[in-house]
Design a binder for this molecule. Sequence first.
Ligand code: CP3
Length: 341
Amino acid sequence: MSPFLNLFKGEKQKVPPIWFMRQAGRYLPEYLEIRKKCQTFLELCYTPQLATTITLQPLKRFSLDAAILFSDILVVPDALGQKVFFEENKGPRLEPLSLAFFKKQLSADAFLEKIAPVYETIILTKAQLPPSKALLGFAGAPWTLALYMMGGGASRDFSKAKEEAFKNEERFSELLTYLADFVSLHLIEQVKAGVDAIQLFDTWAGLCPATHFERWVLSPTEHIVSKVRDIFPDLPIIGFPKGIGPHLKDYALQTNISALSLDASIPISWAKKELPSSLVLQGNLDPVLLVAGGQSLKDGISFLKKEMEGRSYIFNLGHGILPETLPSHVEDCIRMVKEPL
Ligand code: CP3
């Protein structure tokens, strides 16, 4: 069985299971080689043979405990008919969604047909993955998806999208519910195709004001977890609400997730004291430490290992691997995590 999945069954592991957010991607030369073959990044996400190869690339090189499906959180708006483009080194661009007309602009009809290649990737990947390695599926949380969808892409603080949400809160809540339903469907289909666990990425949760956190972050997340758990009651679900600080407590208690992925700003001593001990913790090495390497990386890893001893814990970063990371640093990191204290 897989050390990653055993942890969720309540079996403490001597050595923490390890995987990295964004472990498949631009820091790997073999990814860049395949990337050249496809015109667009989304084409890559919808080509099961290539997406499977990319999902497995980091596991071929490194001794990781889990693979994460190669895809993107923005396949959900794309499959709902919103135009999504990825420009070279500029990040995503989306044809902006208007809150007043979102029901006309988005269409549920072709959703499953458009997104089906993602499930095909899962089937192909699962067939090639040994049972000791877990396969993770994922989706973006409604709040983060809505910011990209309304803002037309990435921005510094998503202030335009937030302004529109404040001006029409009722419609915005409707959009979040609409997205929560499709995210749930997408996650359920991923589990049916073979993923062993899922992670909900709420990268911009920290941009939600405290006054609206319940409505815009907690409630849609709770809705998704309950829909997925209706069908798969024991599925490990990891939440990654980045940048929310003390709200982590409410997030852990209210959403019913099984694990929390902590960003690098969260003090581990605080997390151990304040979060339920039954909750699996994941994280939270600063991704720049993995770029820097050397003694600071070593110290960062030893600190986490010591602090998390005896706790249900998955080693990971506080956010995704940066493109400038040397693959040799990833290898060093895994070796150090697996060494005895
Ligand atoms: O983790 C993995 O290795 C699995 C694949 C994965 C990708 N994106 C591949 C990708 C996952 C889990 C994601 C999640 C994702 N996508 C998030 C949440 C996590 C996070 O990092 O905050 C977000 C916000 C997105 C949206 C997105 N996709 C952005 C903002 C960008 C451009 C900037 C960037 O970080 O790369 C992407 C593109 C993207 N997604 C690439 C990859 C490998 C690079 C595309 C390329 O090759 O040009």
